[in-house]
Design a protein around this ligand. Sequence first.
Ligand code: GDD
Ligand code: MN
Length: 372
Amino acid sequence: MPAPGPRFSLIVPTFNERENVAVLVRRLDAALAGISWEVIFVDDDSPDGTAELVRALSQRDARVRILHRIQRRGLSSACIEGMLASAAPFLGVMDGDLQHDETKLPEMLYRLEREALDLVIGSRYAPGGSLGDWPASRKFMSRAATRLSRWVLRADLRDPMSGFFLVRRDYFQAVVHRLSGIGFKLLVDLFASATRPPRFAEVPYTFRPRRAGASKLDGLVAWEYLMLLLDKRFGRYVPVRFIPFALIGGLGVGVHLSVLWLLFQWAGQPFVRAQTGATLAAMTANFLLNNLFTYRDLRLRGWALLRGWFSFSLACSVGAVANVGIATYLFESRFLGDWGWMLSATAGILVGAVWNYAVTSVYTWKRPKDRC
Ligand code: GDD
Ligand code: MN
């Protein structure tokens, strides 16, 4: 006799949570008694062997599943792929480090099912909920990020930063193609990608301190959050990575002029040599900064870094030729009147930037699927 699939799938993203997963499964077993459930751990190839441990747990307990991703990072994308690997009509997301209160799950699931809601959110800011004892700096960050989210959310949600929530399958499938999948904040993405105002409720809970392992939240998570907001706001018009790419390109001009000054004015090098050095320095700085920020999720390391630098420099050299060629053509055609020199230069820079972006996004930072 075939056994039916579970009604509730809990997706747990993990990166180096070896100390926590077995405890979590035990707590879920207790909290979800009487409910047909499964848990899908989505592990990004944690060096501490979290995936291996989950496989061992899964061999003993069929409710435990693993999605092991290689050469990938990202909390949101992990959760999205976990949901896509499940067939359950009700989905949930919870951290793997025991900071979310699993005893709230039955109440949350009950409300999702019975009140015909799209989402039920575990909320630290709803009356009765709490941040626990967070340092003042992180409290401030969380509140600032919450305020910023109003820019893209069209809902009055108290805790949009929550990583602890349930979502109905229909709602998820309706928005999944519109999700950005950037960074840590899937809930913001789920709300901002809505085609109609979502029906939701918030259930208060207290955020627990981390027991084992370390938080992955760092400055770059804040950056990714900004990218998510930009993508939700402008993603329809420009690829979101073009924005940091262009900003970093602007910084590159500063690097170029500083190095040029250093070599030409200060070290007394011939102009050609100084200009060549400055170009190389600016390209290298741009490459490294883009690798660090724009393409954080596809970051190149080791030999790939060297190969990436080479292809980036090659692409940008061609971009520079296109830039100068187009600017010169426009300038010499004299269509553009008094400000012709400036407009020509701007057009050249724009074409060069778009070229550099397009080529390096394909050849320098390859998406994982292109690597196979
Ligand atoms: N698969 C995968 N890939 N999992 C990840 C990654 C990743 O790149 N980065 C972090 N995780 C996992 C962690 O192992 C943990 O289970 C969970 O995602 C949350 O990461 P933490 O590093 O513990 O984040 P936090 O405690 O600072 O913040 C969390 O709690 C907030 C409050 O609810 C996050 O879930 C936030 O989204 C949430 O708002
Ligand atoms: Mn945590």
